[in-house]
Design a protein around this ligand. Structure first.
Ligand code: ARG
Length: 268
């Protein structure tokens, strides 16, 4: 039952992105939350990829954003990035990974690579969670520091001080298409199991992070990007209802749950 609901949610996300791409004007987040205030990586601060070189923009030529801004990802080996499964619905040839570019319109900065292979968790869409994928870079980012995976599920503890990064939409709370970060403490599986019962939150494979009162959150365009704890890739931006709204925190794929299968792809 929850699995079915989860599939519906994933399909809606894809439909929203498609609609935004066709319309060319309506942003994905505005389309997703009709009538309400549109909040984006909300309540964050400008960050610098020089400090987090493993934070990679996964741009797409079909994005409605002129910079191609599409999803986040994390460099986990010179030629591998981890992102969200729901970020990988387009043909591999339409993606470009961008390293070291804080402001996406500033194309004179950073390195780029095309994507030569996409691996998606085979259970994604069949079961709740599993919103993870590993992409292979055609041109490895040699010499760029990578982020290790969190492998201990005990890291998902209420109050843990995790931080999320991304270029997602900012609207009123910061500059557009500019790298940002925001502190999002772990709220705990019990909280999201309660507020997201009908959306199919799964404690085994997802992390609930943010604030009961809202105000700070990841948002559309941040998907696939890193949730970092103790210098490890702790979570992958996955979903939420709206952004930064009270009672609707961010949901992240739990890397420790999928670490073995991710590592197998990273090493292959
Ligand atoms: N699904 C969104 C994306 O594709 C990420 C949503 C995160 N939402 C949240 N409230 N934290 O970019």
């Amino acid at each position: 039952m929850t699995g079915k609901k989860h599939v519906v949610r994933a399909a809606l996300t894809a439909a929203v992105l498609t609609a935004a791409a066709v319309g060319g004007v309506t942003s994905a987040s505005a389309a997703q939350k009709p009538g309400g205030p549109t909040n984006r990586i909300v309540g964050g601060t400008v960050a610098h990829t020089a400090d987090t070189p493993w934070a990679i923009q996964l741009s797409n030529s079909g994005s409605p954003d002129p910079t191609g801004e599409y999803c986040g990802s994390t460099l986990v080996a010179a030629n591998k990035i981890v992102t969200a499964a729901h970020c990988t619905t387009e043909p591999a040839s339409t993606y470009t990974a961008i390293q070291g570019r804080d402001v996406l319109s500033d194309t004179s900065t950073g390195k780029e690579s095309k994507i030569s292979n996409i691996w998606v968790d085979p259970q994604y869409g069949q079961q709740p969670g599993h919103d993870v994928a590993v992409l292979t870079l055609a041109t490895p980012f040699d010499g760029v520091p990578t982020l290790p995976l969190e492998t201990d599920k005990a890291a998902d503890t209420t109050g843990a001080a995790s931080v999320v990064y991304g270029w997602g939409d900012t609207e009123d709370t910061g500059p557009a298409d500019t790298f940002q970060k925001v502190d999002v403490p772990v709220l705990g599986d019990d909280y999201c199991s309660d507020v997201y019962a009908s959306e199919g939150y799964t404690a085994d494979g997802e992390i609930c992070a943010g604030y009961e009162d809202g105000g700070k959150d990841s948002c559309q365009g941040d998907s696939g990007g890193p949730l970092v704890l103790n210098g490890r890739l702790f979570g992958v931006v996955s979903w939420g209802v709206g952004c930064a709204d009270a009672g609707n925190p961010g949901v992240y794929a739990e890397v420790a749950t999928y670490a073995a299968e991710l590592q197998q792809q990273i090493d292959s």
